[in-house]
Design a protein around this ligand. Structure first.
Ligand code: SF4
Length: 115
């Protein structure tokens, strides 16, 4: 198996956006992620282009995305102090929307890096 080496790959897992990662891939999977931290390595090595999950879940069951968004909006609107949390592996535009949503809801904002 010949591994292709990709230099200067960008990790988008935690938001630090390290852009000096060296990936070793066989075209199907990434086998090594040199210079990535433990979080980045776990993300790259377990990353797959295959679809493993439905677009949305409600109470653990697959649901239509529009239904899940409506329910999320209802829950967030009814919450006293919602926490908008996560934002790993998301674009700057999506993070900007999360900040606006937390501000609009009068809630809190945190990324998973606080762990
Ligand atoms: S998870 Fe690690 S390698 Fe990836 S961006 Fe964050 S600090 Fe960098």
């Amino acid at each position: 198996m010949e591994l292709k080496i990709i230099d200067h790959a960008t990790c988008t897992f935690c938001g630090c956006v390290c852009d000096d990662i060296q990936l070793h891939s066989d075209g199907q999977r990434i086998h090594k992620a040199e210079k990535a931290c433990v979080l980045g390595k776990a993300w790259f090595l377990n990353h797959s282009a295959e679809k493993h999950y439905p677009d949305a879940l409600i109470d653990g069951e697959p649901a239509k995305l529009a239904d899940a968004i409506s329910l999320a909006a209802e829950l967030l609107h009814a919450a006293d102090m919602p926490l908008v949390y996560g934002m790993s592996n998301t674009t700057c535009e999506a993070q900007k929307q999360c900040v606006a949503m937390a501000d609009h809801l009068g809630g809190l904002l945190d990324s998973h890096t606080s762990l």
